[in-house]
Design a protein around this ligand. Structure first.
Ligand SMILES: Nc1nc2c(c(=O)[nH]1)N[C@H]1C(S)=C(S)[C@@H](COP(=O)(O)O)O[C@H]1N2
Ligand SMILES: [Mo]
Length: 237
């Protein structure tokens, strides 16, 4: 607790208005705090950013990879997904648009030509279960560079074929452990875990690791973007 600003802010977290003032001064206001997110989210975001800083999610040795996974049985309904699957997802596309200089549409094969990063991390569901797996894919930062993220971009809104939508701020988007994952435990990412493509955000709870990823949109605001129901926008762990 050597840092007086940090100490004051942590002390102030219980004090509502004082904390908000301190948080503003320290750049700890979560994106678009006024409007979509209330005071509670602001305090969660500020406290977690202070406590974990920009630390990496913990990584594990291969011996720790879970033998039994817990795939959810939710996958995109309808013919379109089944047809893509029948064709080995050769026609699956990831669209990148919004505040970029060069919008992209990348197939899985094209994505796989880009540099790959691998991690063994834990996916933790808010319901209380978790598993450890190896995930590999293209760092989101690399894709943002490819598309030419404009300086005004503050968030990456990401969408899935089952119509889930979520978003992260640039702090998480550019973090090296945030990867567009196409491979799990050295095999193509199974449908049960969001195959063929999912965004892995290991520094946050499992629901931020969106499965069936097909779109990234860079924005300067989250206004009008619906998150996943009652889930908190920032889910640092
Ligand atoms: N598109 C999409 N992504 C999703 C979900 C979903 O239903 N649809 N469930 C989320 C939740 S709540 C969790 S805990 C994890 C589960 O990941 P798993 O299927 O690999 O266990 O995926 C997350 N990503
Ligand atoms: Mo979850």
């Amino acid at each position: 607790m050597g840092n007086p600003t940090r100490r004051n802010l942590l002390l102030g977290l219980g004090a509502g208005a004082a904390a908000l003032t301190a948080a503003k001064a320290n750049g700890l206001i979560p994106p678009d705090a006024v409007g979509l997110y209330g005071c509670g989210h602001t305090l969660t975001y500020a406290a977690q950013r202070l406590l974990i800083g920009n630390a990496n999610a913990r990584e594990f040795p291969p011996s720790q990879i879970s033998a039994i996974n817990h795939p959810k049985d939710t996958f995109p309904k309808g013919d379109a997904f089944q047809q893509l699957k029948a064709n080995g997802f050769a026609d699956w596309k990831l669209q990148i648009d919004g505040l970029v200089t060069t919008p992209q549409t990348l197939t899985l094969a094209q994505l796989k030509t880009h540099s790959t990063s691998s991690q063994i991390t834990q996916l933790i569901c808010e319901e209380g279960w978790s598993y450890i797996a190896q995930w590999a894919g293209v760092p989101l930062a690399h894709i943002l560079q490819l598309a030419g993220a404009k300086p005004a971009a503050r968030f990456v809104v990401y969408s899935a074929m089952d119509e889930w939508v979520d978003a992260i701020d640039m702090n998480d988007a550019l973090h090296p452990q945030t990867i567009v994952t196409h491979t799990m435990n050295n095999a193509p990412l199974p449908v049960g875990h969001g195959g063929p493509l999912r965004l892995r955000v290991p520094r946050q709870l499992g629901y931020k690791s969106l499965k069936f990823l097909n779109k990234l949109t860079l924005t300067d605001s989250l206004k009008g973007i619906a998150g996943e129901g009652s889930y908190s926008w920032f889910a640092g762990i």
